[in-house]
Write a protein that binds this ligand. Structure first.
Ligand code: PLP
Ligand code: LYS
Length: 427
């Protein structure tokens, strides 16, 4: 299901031409389709409708309040990795009982905030963290729901920077040592051991790594149950990939079918933490061509969005399809699409076959709904760009464009410098 479609040589989002939004809000901006977001969530949730399950959207993929609200209104929970993400999710109206908290470096204040909020469980990633959570729960006079995030040592066959389930990665507790860690957890009095969790990596485009991890996890769950641990939740993390270019990832229904077949006898509530598969193709980045030039027979298309707005190409050399917002009959050229940032690594596409774009043309950078705005920065003192959500024939500014004043709003010149006269002579 996709609500970004061309009609009469124009790109539309649901029932609005993208060019109309560009004229009214200026460029660059992120654009999300409400219908696509909701449909992606529904497809995923329906795939697991026959078993007890909670779909905890990974907030890191897109933490805009309106986006979270759409998914929460559909019955979703959230997977968070920081106090800030918890705050956002609570503001968006999440039920605390549908919040799982992952991450290798949870601080005491964040743990206490999560305990006070009454989240479902912490996915604990080390022995020391287990003890810290126990102590925090004791201090607050509560019991902390926990699962151990085990590292199953499975190769997800994705980009090395986004692979998380191999022994060499910093994530989780080695599955070989997990049983002894569970036994230790049982000796800590302020913990309620609720589950087992794992997350092997992101943009995974085959089923086999998920199933391999699940098989290892199942053995552990059975062993824990034999030892009378009350394991009620199995959290299989996120990671299901999407099509950026030619990838053919399994559909959520195939993913669900394979998982349910492999885990028939587990008798637990499943938790999933999908991020990219829900929001990735529900968003685009719209940017305008500032200039074109050729150096040494190489063509550059310089646009007004940079690596500070969308860092994925620079960071992972990842592919995002780039198409004109208004199609015109132009010849094709090979060009780099680059941003205005003072870094050679600032590009959105390299050596890409594209229409011969001209100054002023609008471009759509596809598959930008996940890890787009959430990874944006103010580098080069560029105000962060707005996020727009379309619903049918209306659009809503769900995050306004930052201003120059926003850029310095957290900074202060100390009095000793303020009172100092400014030398105008350069001496
Ligand atoms: C613990 C955890 N859960 C869920 C996700 C979401 O992953 P994805 O966006 O690939 O579905 C991630 C990121 O990879 C993660 O680290
Ligand atoms: N930021 C990554 C995904 C990392 C997933 C984090 N667990 C991306 O843009 O693809």
């Amino acid at each position: 299901m996709n609500d970004f479609l061309y009609k009469d040589q124009q790109l539309w989002c649901e029932n609005i031409p993208v060019s109309q939004i560009a004229e009214e809000v200026g460029t660059p901006f992120y654009l999300y389709s409400h219908a696509t977001l909701r449909n992606h969530f529904r497809v995923f949730a329906e795939a697991f409708a026959k078993v007890p399950s909670i779909i905890c959207f990974a907030v890191k993929a897109n933490s805009n309040l309106a986006v979270l609200r759409v998914l929460i209104a559909e019955g979703g929970g959230v997977d968070i990795v920081s106090g800030g993400e918890l705050y956002r999710a609570l503001q968006a109206g999440v039920e605390p009982g549908k919040v799982v908290y992952s991450g290798v470096g949870k601080r005491v204040d964040e743990i206490e905030y999560a305990l006070r909020s009454g989240i479902l469980m912490f996915n604990v990633e080390s022995l020391q963290e287990l003890e810290v959570i126990n102590r925090c729960a004791q201090n607050l006079g509560v019991s902390a729901g926990i699962a151990l995030r085990v590292n199953p040592d499975v190769d997800p066959k994705t980009h090395p920077h986004i692979s998380t389930g191999l022994k060499e990665n910093k994530f989780g507790i080695d599955i070989e040592r997990s049983l002894e860690t569970y036994r230790h957890a049982r000796s800590l009095q302020h913990l309620d051991i609720r589950g087992v969790s794992c997350h092997i990596g992101s943009q995974v485009t085959r089923l086999s790594p998920f199933l391999e991890a699940l098989e290892r996890l199942s053995l552990l769950v059975h062993q824990l149950k034999r030892e009378d641990f009350d394991i009620r939740y199995v959290d299989l993390g996120g990671g299901l990939g999407i099509t950026y270019n030619q990838e053919m990832p399994p559909h959520p229904s195939e993913y669900a079918k394979a998982i349910l077949e492999t885990s028939r006898d587990l008798d637990c509530t499943f938790i999933f933490e999908p991020g990219r598969v829900i929001v990735g193709n529900a968003g685009i980045l719209v940017t305008r061509v500032l200039y074109t030039k050729s150096n040494d027979n190489k063509n550059f298309i310089i646009v007004d969005a940079g690596m500070n707005d969308l860092v994925r190409p620079s960071l992972y050399n990842s592919f995002h399809a780039i198409r004109p917002v208004i199609e015109e009959n132009r010849k094709e050229i090979i060009a780099d699409v680059v941003g205005p940032i003072c870094e050679s690594g600032d590009y959105l596409a390299k050596a890409r076959k594209l229409k011969d774009f001209h100054r002023g043309d609008l471009l759509a950078v596809f598959s930008a709904g996940a890890y787009g705005f959430t990874m944006a920065s103010n580098y080069n003192s560029r105000p962060r760009i707005p996020e727009i959500m379309v619903r049918e024939d209306q659009y809503y500014v769900v995050r306004r464009r930052e201003t120059y004043a926003d850029l310095i709003s957290h900074e202060e010149i100390p009095a000793f410098l303020k009172n100092k006269a400014i030398s105008r002579t350069g001496k």
